[in-house]
Design a protein around this ligand. Structure first.
Ligand SMILES: [Zn+2]
Ligand SMILES: [Zn+2]
Length: 251
C-alpha cells in the first residue's frame, strides 16, 4: 500500500478516514508482502468481507481494519487504545477500546466537557462467542462491530446516552410511550416523576444539568461551545440554554 492509515474521525455521521501519503523525503512504509513490493500503482481500495452474515457489513478500507486489529493484537489485558475521534455529534469525547480480558473488548465513549451520571455516553462490549473462531477472526469481528457502532450512533434523548442498535423509528416510538405515561401520571401527587420536558425541544428527558434545567442530550449536542477568557483552563464548554450557566455535569 502506498498510504498509511493515520486515524479516523466522525463528522455528520460518516467516518472520515485519515490517510497519509508519504512524500519523497519520508521513508515509505515497509510493504506488507513481497507481492506489493513491486507494485507501481496504488492498489484499488479493497473492502473486507463480512465474517458472519448476521453482522452488518462495514465497508471500511481493509487498511483501517487491519491497522486496528494489529493494535488490538498487541494490547495486554486491561490496556486500552485511544481512537483519534475528537467529537461525536458535536460533543467533545474520548473514545477508547479496552481489552477487558482475552474474550472481551469494550468500546467506551466518555464526554470531555462535562461529567455524566455514569460518566460514559456509551459502553458496548464485544465478547468472543464459543465458536471455532481463531483469535484473529475474533479481532476482525470485534473491530468491524465497533466501527459499525461508531458509524451508526444515535442519541437517546430520554436517557441522554448514545445508542447504536435502535432505529430512529424505535426511538420515536418509545418517546411516544413516555409521553403517554407522562400525561397519565404528571397530575398524580403520589407519583414522583423524574421526567421533564427539554426546555429547548419539549421532548421528555431524564437529563438535567447542574443548574437543574432539563435539556436533552441532542439539544446539548447542538449548542455552540464557548470559551471564557477569564477561565483558568480556557476549556471549551457549553452553557445552559435556559440560564446560561456553564454545564459541568448531567444527571
Ligand atoms: Zn431537546
Ligand atoms: Zn440552567
Amino acid at each position: 500500500m502506498d498510504f498509511q492509515y493515520e486515524g479516523f474521525r466522525i463528522a455528520d455521521g460518516h467516518i472520515i478516514i485519515e490517510m497519509h501519503l508519504p512524500i519523497n523525503d519520508e521513508p515509505a512504509p515497509a510493504p506488507a508482502t513481497t507481492a506489493h513490493a513491486h507494485a507501481t500503482t496504488a492498489p484499488a481500495p479493497t473492502y473486507i468481507e463480512p465474517i458472519e452474515e448476521d453482522l452488518p457489513i462495514v465497508d471500511e478500507p481493509k487498511a483501517l481494519i487491519d491497522s486496528l486489529v494489529d493494535r488490538l493484537k498487541n494490547l495486554r489485558t486491561k490496556q486500552q487504545i485511544l481512537l483519534p475521534i475528537k467529537k461525536i455529534k458535536n460533543i467533545n469525547v474520548e473514545v477508547t477500546i479496552s481489552k477487558l480480558n482475552k474474550k472481551f473488548y469494550e468500546l467506551s465513549i466518555t464526554p470531555l466537557e462535562f461529567r455524566m451520571k455514569n460518566n460514559a455516553l456509551l459502553e458496548e462490549t464485544v465478547d468472543r462467542m464459543p465458536t471455532d473462531d481463531t483469535e484473529e477472526d475474533f479481532l476482525y469481528r470485534t473491530v468491524r462491530r465497533l466501527l459499525y457502532i461508531l458509524k451508526n450512533i444515535k442519541i437517546d434523548k430520554y436517557y441522554g446516552r448514545f445508542v447504536a442498535f435502535q432505529s430512529q423509528e424505535q426511538l420515536a416510538k418509545r418517546a411516544l410511550q413516555w409521553t403517554d405515561f407522562y400525561q397519565e401520571f404528571k397530575e398524580d401527587n403520589n407519583i414522583v416523576l423524574t421526567i421533564n420536558e427539554c426546555c429547548v425541544c419539549f421532548t421528555l428527558t431524564e437529563t438535567t444539568t447542574n443548574c437543574g434545567h432539563a435539556v436533552c442530550l441532542e439539544c446539548i449536542s447542538n449548542l455552540n461551545t464557548a470559551t471564557d477568557d477569564d477561565d483558568d483552563d480556557n476549556a471549551e464548554h457549553k452553557d445552559c440554554p435556559m440560564c446560561r450557566q456553564r454545564i459541568f455535569f448531567l444527571q
